[in-house]
Design a protein around this ligand. Structure first.
Ligand SMILES: [Fe+2]
Ligand SMILES: [Fe+2]
Length: 162
């Protein structure tokens, strides 16, 4: 089965435990949450961009990055650890457990570590599409608290579609 390793991650009790810990930590959060809807959304949008732009990135690699890019979010709430770093570390363990090769793990974890930065020409195609899909997955158009959202604090113009 083509997406076997992705389905294995989605059935992994460790992965589901991390998701639950994020859910609990975000119980009172007024801004967008980091739940399965977000993870699946980022994966699907990144895959669409990859197809549109003929990037030739394996669907499994895109979904692995999408499903894991915020998985360490609970550690940011619990211990103040930057969630891009925490997610990279947790992803490394989960990817190893599910037989992703060293080269695949390197590509995926580097995209996770950089998912908030647009690094320009040096970034990998995977990192670039995860960055873009992360933004596109959010419904900022109809959000009435976006003026106080971190995303728009640094003067970012509200570009919703590109
Ligand atoms: Fe994130
Ligand atoms: Fe995200």
């Amino acid at each position: 089965m083509k997406m076997k390793r992705i389905n294995d991650i989605l059935n992994d009790p460790e992965y589901l435990d991390y998701l639950q810990r994020i859910l609990t930590a975000e119980n009172d959060r007024i801004y967008c949450c980091h739940d399965m809807e977000h993870f699946i959304g980022v994966s699907r949008i990144a895959h669409i961009i990859s197809l549109e732009e003929n990037l030739d990135i394996e669907k499994e690699i895109i979904y692995a990055a999408g499903l894991l890019h915020d998985i360490g979010r609970f550690m940011e709430y619990e211990n103040g650890i930057d969630h891009a770093i925490a997610s990279r570390e947790l992803a490394e363990g989960i990817l190893t457990k599910h037989s992703f090769t060293e080269a695949e793990r390197k590509e995926i974890t580097s995209a996770i570590e950089n998912h908030r930065n647009r690094v320009g020409g040096t970034t990998s195609p995977l990192a670039d599409i995860i960055y873009r899909a992360d933004k596109l997955s959010r419904n900022c158009v109809l959000c009435d608290i976006r003026t106080t959202c971190k995303r728009f604090q640094n003067g970012e113009t509200a570009v919703f579609i590109y």
